[in-house]
Design a protein around this ligand. Structure first.
Ligand code: C2E
Ligand code: MG
Ligand code: MG
Length: 767
């Protein structure tokens, strides 16, 4: 199923981290820089505004001074010429001529003219004073002597008009003349509101006659500047300053910027965040898709494909993911070596087949190759792999169109088929498989074909779940193996019960050594008339006294590593018994111990033999190991182990000879000393001609190879005589003596009896 962008990936940790990094690295610096610039801009703008006002007030003060001088010149011309007052009233709002008499000083003093100023007027200078006028509005009065007419001219200066001329109408600003000795005296060009805050700002500003000052009133920041006119230098006058002040918001149109800058900062940040989120979407969206697809692939093993069409590396990653998913899915479902379906996928397919109510009978075939381990061990794993691959090809050919074939692992395969005539088809499939595998492979190390044991079970008759069917088929296959391999067996419920018993027995067997339930019996071996050796045979008596036969528990132990422990236990017991017989001077020539194939290939086999011999203190030449024919064809390693045993002086006997498939000629390169003819041949002597012929051949070939020949299972005098005549070197069997326990053996050895069964029974009876 194709996966598309999931909407909630922005909530993921990665997204949050990337957003944080973005904000820290880009948005935060922009904000900090922007706010700092904003603050700086207003600082600088404020400073510029203050400088500008200062400059303007300077110019205005010079202009005002010049105007004042011109007004003074007009007063002078008034005094010198006969000019009528109304001719000069443009500069003055009122002119009066005061007679120069005795009362003049009092009149001038009443007007606020000081003594020094009176003296200055008398000397012909112009005096300027502040006056409050009729309505308390401050204004400037100029006094000047008219020399020829003995009169003093008193002119009220139209300072407000003069100021207006200088600066034009001021709507928001304040332009005023300030009495620097008393800042409450102000003359403005218009009816500007003079706020108390301005007055208090002025009072602190006038302590330094010229300069800038600022104050805040009703949330408005004001910036002002005062320049002193230096009237005392030209007139007899108090110090007067010219003041200009403006609200700071008027400065250079910065009022708009106050909002513009934060707005554009906000806009820039919002845009940057928008771009960041879009980019995160671009990257994290596909990543989220890939993560979800990966999770799904690993959790469900289902076919998963992603669609990423960003056209960049992520799209390439998506393509690679799809390829990888395809490959993983293939690996998860198919066996890497044979290309067949693997165990897991087979189980899934079988489960869905069983869950489908419409499908009728389903038959399962459990196929196990016979003797594959030998191929692997003797010819190497490469040959083994080649054989498995060839087997898979043949299985697939047989199952084509009818069954699903899978490799469960190792040399185990399985096939499933469904349909109304599945049971019939399963039989022909099993036959086809057996025939197909028999034809030669032509692989180096395995030219011949191979046989297989097949277990067959069916659903719903034998079970309805995958596990049950696989188990049943496995049990049936095991029965086919036990029945002699290269055959197929159908599952019947009794098989299950048998297997359960076997498994229960196996569990009990595991604790047999610990519970001291094992013991050893010895069976005599003679060469001619003498007891030459004893074969140690393992026995198991369960706690309740129940004896379990070695034909039952030995094969069971041989399917696990238990046989390794058992083998060592028997060897130790046999060596210890032999050593005590030696101490008593009654020991036979040798003790013979059975060794199973698993023991031979165990890593520490040789050191185990050395140790046990050393513990018991007996010479290797006193030990004979019996190895079944099947074990000696296990490969190179076994050959080396046998060589090492032989070089130590340990005798090697090929047990049950004739029951395997190997011929003597195939064994000539092997190291061994004794051939033990299997009792199945001896049993038919002397009547069967074929048995006679086989035994004769084995004895002559054995002697030809320089080996001793021992016949086992000698039960009758007739058999003994024939074997004797054929030149058999030694014999073992009920005729000579049955296996007996260690106490009985001791008696036999003590009496140094000729080991005939009747003698042995006599010895035992006379205990
Ligand atoms: P095997 O090594 O061929 O031992 C000889 C078997 O033949 C013994 O059977 C013995 O009791 C039986 N036998 C001896 N004489 C006669 C006779 O005259 N007639 C008949 N019918 N049978 C005779 P057992 O003790 O039941 O052992 C069976 C097999 O179990 C042994 O065959 C051997 O392969 C295996 N086995 C016994 N003990 C051990 C052991 O300690 N280790 C291993 N690996 N295998 C053992
Ligand atoms: Mg034996
Ligand atoms: Mg035997």
């Amino acid at each position: 199923m194709p996966l598309r962008f999931a909407p909630d990936y922005l909530r993921g940790r990665l997204a949050q981290r990337m957003l944080l990094v973005f904000v820290v690295t880009s948005v935060a610096p922009v904000l900090v820089f922007g706010l700092f610039s904003y603050w700086r801009l207003f600082q600088d703008a404020g400073a510029m505004h203050a400088r500008e006002i200062h400059r303007v007030s300077h110019t205005a003060s010079l202009t005002f001074l010049t105007e004042l001088q011109e007004a003074d010149a007009q007063l002078e011309s008034f005094s010198s010429a006969n000019v009528h007052p109304h001719e000069i009233e443009g500069v003055f709002s009122a002119i009066r001529v005061l007679p120069y008499g005795k009362t003049l000083p009092q009149i001038l003093a009443a007007n606020g003219v000081s003594r020094s100023q009176l003296a200055a007027v008398n000397a012909g200078h112009t005096a300027i004073i502040w006056s409050h006028g009729t309505y308390g509005h401050p204004h400037l009065l100029m006094f000047r002597l008219i020399p020829g007419r003995k009169e003093v001219i008193r002119a009220r200066l139209d300072a407000a008009g003069m100021l207006q001329k200088i600066s034009g109408p001021h709507e928001r600003g304040v332009l005023a003349l300030v009495d620097l000795s008393n800042p409450n005296f102000l003359i403005g060009p218009s009816a500007n509101a003079v706020t108390p805050s301005l007055l208090s700002a002025l009072s602190s500003a006038t302590r330094t006659p010229s300069g800038s000052f600022s104050w805040t009133a009703h949330g408005t920041h004001w910036t002002g500047s005062i320049w002193e006119l230096f009237l005392p230098g030209t007139f007899s006058a108090p110090p007067v300053g010219l003041m200009i002040a403006e609200p700071r918001s008027l400065a250079a149109g910065l009022h708009g910027l106050r909002w513009m800058i934060p707005l554009s900062l906000f806009g820039a940040v919002a845009f940057a965040v928008f771009v960041a989120i879009r980019q995160l979407q671009r990257y994290l969206g596909p990543l989220a898709v890939l993560a979800a697809a990966t999770r799904r692939l690993t959790e469900t093993h289902e076919h998963t494909i992603v669609h990423i069409d960003t056209g960049d590396e992520l799209a390439a990653l998506g393509t690679d993911f799809n390829r990888m998913a395809e490959e993983l899915l293939h690996r998860a479902r198919y066996d890497g070596l044979t290309g067949l379906v693997n165990r897991e996928f087979f189980r899934q397919s079988l489960a869905s087949r069983l869950a489908n109510p419409s499908s009728q009978t389903t038959v399962l075939l459990y196929i196990d190759l016979d003797g594959f381990k030998k191929i692997n061990d003797s010819a190497g794993h490469e040959t083994g792999d080649a054989v498995l691959t060839a087997v898979a090809v043949r299985l697939r050919a047989c199952a084509e169109g009818t069954a699903l074939v899978a490799r469960l692992g190792g040399d185990e395969f399985v096939a499933a088929l469904s349909g109304p005539d599945a049971a019939r088809k399963a039989d022909s499939l099993a036959t086809c498989i057996q025939h197909a595998l028999q034809s030669p492979f032509g692989i180096k190390g395995c030219e011949r074909g191979i046989s297989a044991s097949i277990g067959i079970t069916e659903s719903p008759g034998d079970g309805v779940s995958v596990d049950v069917l696989l188990k049943n088929a496995d049990i049936a296959m095991y029965e086919a193996k036990k029945a002699g391999r290269n055959r197929f067996a159908r599952f019947v419920p009794e098989m299950f019960a048998r297997r359960q018993e076997e498994l229960a027995l196996e569990t009990q067997l595991q604790g047999a050594i610990a519970r001291d339930e094992l013991y050893v019996v010895y069976q005599p071996i003679t060469d001619g008339e003498q007891l030459s050796g004893l074969e140690a045979l393992l026995r198991w008596r369960q706690a309740g006294g129940n004896e379990v036969g070695p034909d039952v528990f030995i094969p069971l132990a041989e399917t696990t590593d238990l046989i390794i422990d058992f083998g060592q236990w028997v060897l130790r017991r046999a060596c210890s018994d032999f050593s005590s017989w030696s101490a008593d001077g009654i020991a036979p020539n040798y003790i013979s111990v059975n060794v199973s194939p698993r023991q031979l290939v165990a890593a520490n086999f040789l050191s185990m033999i050395d140790t046990e011999l050393a513990i018991a203190g007996i010479s290797p030449s006193k030990l004979q190991v019996e190895i079944t024919e099947s074990a000696v064809v296990e490969g190179k390693h076994v050959e080396q182990v046998l060589g090492a045993l032989h070089s130590r002086g340990v005798r090697i006997a090929l047990d049950d000879f004739g029951t395997g498939y190997s011929s003597l000629s195939e064994l000539h390169h092997l190291t061994f000393d004794v051939i033990k003819i299997d009792k199945s041949f001896v049993m038919d002597l002397p009547d069967s001609r074929i048995a006679m012929q086989i035994v004769r051949t084995i004895i002559s070939m054995g002697h030809g190879l320089g080996k001793d020949v021992l016949a086992e299972g000698v039960e009758t005098e007739g058999q003994r005589l024939v074997l004797h005549r054929l030149g058999c070197d030694s014999m073992q069997g009920y005729l000579i003596g049955r296996p007996v326990n260690v106490d009985a053996v001791r008696k036999i050895l003590r009496m140094q009896l000729i080991p005939r069964s009747e003698n042995i029974s006599h010895a035992l009876n006379s205990r």
